[in-house]
Design a protein around this ligand. Sequence first.
Ligand SMILES: [Zn+2]
Ligand SMILES: [Zn+2]
Length: 139
Amino acid sequence: MTDNTFASGSCLCGNVKYSTTVEPSFMGQCHCDDCRKSTGTGHISNAFFVKDSVTITGELSEYKKETDSGTMLTRSFCTNCGSSLFSENSNNNGFIGITVGTFDNNDWFKPQFIVYNKSKPKWDCMDENIPTFDAMPPA
Ligand SMILES: [Zn+2]
Ligand SMILES: [Zn+2]
């Protein structure tokens, strides 16, 4: 771990650790069926980083599933404790999404958009000032 670390985090058991050297390029939340199932709650909160700036250690398992738009989304989780950590979209090469709750300190998180609002559970209350889309806005 060097002085130029922006933020670091780990899974629940600590087997997987990661750190980033730059700030996130974009940040968002998603209420789609897949993100709700994957996280076990009302939405996923992701910060997206240039992949080259992220160092990951520890053993991960991957789960791949096609998105509504036909791209392939690979979600990675700890082989031991199952914490949901990373996601990479096949149309978004060069960026990696990291689940914000796994950062040791995540005070810096400010979602810039919310997608798949049509699948949002009633009880999952969001900041109404954040730009919100029914599904995925056109790229
Ligand atoms: Zn773990
Ligand atoms: Zn989603």
